[in-house]
Design a protein around this ligand. Structure first.
Ligand code: 5GP
Ligand code: MN
Length: 316
C-alpha cells in the first residue's frame, strides 16, 4: 500500500524537505506545516521551505519555523503538498535534487510527477489527506497539528460549506474541536476578517465587474497599479473571485490579476457547479478543481477577457 511505502521512505530518510505551491493558500500552509509538526512526533525534523505567505497565517503554531532557504543538495526526501504539477512547486529545485520524492495532493489534475504519488481527488483539502495519513501512521494529532490541518480544511471548503465537504470532514472537525482546536477562531481569522488592502481591492473588483453571457459569466480584474495603490501584500487577493460567483444567475466567475511582469495575468475561476473550470483552465495551461481553478496567461485585460468568453461559451 502506498501509505506503507511513504512511511518507509520517511523512516529511512535522514533529511526531509517539505514544499508546497507558490502563492500558498490556507490549505498549502496548513497541510505542510501540519505535516512538519507531525513528523517531529516520530523524531523527524523536516525543513519546510516557503518563499512568502500571507500574514493571516501568523497565528499558526510554530509558523516561525518556516524557512525561505536551505542547502539544496542535502535532502534524501522531498515531499510536496497540495501541488498538482511539478511546475507549481515553490522552490522546485529542492524537489528536483532530492534523492526520493513524494507528492501528497487532492487535485484531479495531478500529473503524478513524484516517485510516490498519494492523490485523492475526492478529498476537499490536502490537509484532510494528511489527517487520514496521520491516523493510519498512528501519529497522535494534537491541538497544534489539528489547528494547522483544520485551517487548511476550513479555507479550502469555505468553512465546511462547499459541496466537496464530506461526512468524514465533519467527523474530523468534531474530533479536533474536542481536542481543543478553536474552529470558530480559525473561521474568523481566515474567512471573516479582511485586511484593509483586501477591502480596498473588493471595491475595485466591484467597480470593474461585468456580467457577460446573459449574466452567466462574471468578469473582473485588478491591475498592478491597483495592487500598488492599495499596498497589497501576499494573500490580499484571496477571496476576490468569490464576489462574482455570489451574484444570482452567475455560473462562472473569472477574475484576473496583473503580475509584476505586466504582460502576465493570473486567472482565478470559480464555478457554481454546472461548468468545470478546471477543464477551462487546462486550456490556458493551468488547472485546479472542477469548481476552483487557475492559470497564468499573457495578454492585456481585453485580450484575456475575450479568450475567457470564448472558452466559457463552449460550455454554457
Ligand atoms: P486560486 O484561484 O485560488 O488561485 O486557485 C484555485 C485552484 O486552482 C487551486 O486549487 C489551485 O491549486 C489551482 N490553480 C491556481 N492557479 C493554477 C495554475 O497556474 N496552475 C495549476 N495547475 N493550477 C492552478
Ligand atoms: Mn488545496
Amino acid at each position: 500500500m502506498t501509505l506503507d511505502e511513504i512511511l518507509e521512505e520517511i523512516e529511512k530518510a535522514e533529511s526531509i524537505v517539505l514544499l508546497t505551491h507558490e502563492t500558498p493558500d490556507g490549505d498549502a500552509i496548513g497541510s505542510s506545516l501540519g505535516m512538519k509538526l507531525a513528523l517531529r512526533k516520530i523524531g523527524k525534523e523536516a525543513d519546510l521551505i516557503v518563499t512568502k505567505y500571507a500574514r493571516t497565517f501568523n497565528f499558526l503554531p510554530n509558523i516561525e519555523e518556516i524557512k525561505t532557504t536551505s542547502d539544496v543538495e542535502k535532502y534524501d526526501l522531498a515531499i510536496s503538498l497540495d501541488c498538482a504539477t511539478i511546475k507549481r512547486i515553490d522552490n522546485r529545485e529542492y524537489f528536483d535534487k532530492a534523492k526520493k520524492t513524494i507528492s501528497i495532493d487532492h487535485h484531479g489534475s495531478n500529473e503524478m510527477y513524484a516517485d510516490i504519488n498519494y492523490v485523492n481527488p475526492v478529498a476537499p483539502a490536502c490537509s484532510e489527506i494528511v489527517l487520514t495519513m496521520l491516523s493510519y501512521f498512528n501519529i497522535e494529532i494534537d491541538k497544534e497539528i489539528g489547528t494547522c490541518l483544520m485551517m487548511g480544511i476550513i479555507t479550502d471548503t469555505g468553512g465546511l460549506q462547499y459541496p466537496s465537504t464530506t461526512a468524514d470532514t465533519f467527523e474530523y472537525a468534531a474530533e479536533l474541536l474536542r481536542k481543543g482546536v478553536d474552529i470558530a477562531d480559525i473561521c474568523r481569522r481566515t474567512l471573516q476578517e479582511k485586511t484593509k488592502s483586501n477591502f480596498e481591492l473588493q471595491k475595485i473588483i466591484m467597480e470593474n465587474l461585468e456580467l457577460l453571457e446573459d449574466g452567466k459569466l462574471a468578469f473582473s480584474y485588478v491591475t498592478k497599479q491597483d495592487l500598488l495603490d492599495v499596498k497589497a501584500e501576499e494573500g490580499d487577493h484571496e477571496g476576490l473571485v468569490n464576489i462574482g460567483r455570489s451574484i444570482e444567475g452567475v455560473e462562472v466567475s473569472a477574475f484576473i490579476r496583473q503580475e509584476d511582469d505586466e504582460n502576465i495575468f493570473k486567472i482565478s475561476m470559480r464555478s457554481n457547479g454546472k461548468i468545470n473550470v478546471s477543464d477551462i483552465c487546462l486550456m490556458f495551461g493551468g488547472g485546479g478543481h472542477p469548481r476552483a481553478a487557475g492559470a497564468k496567461v499573457k495578454g492585456t485585460v481585453e485580450q484575456i477577457k475575450e479568450k475567457i468568453i470564448k472558452e466559457v461559451e463552449k460550455y454554457l
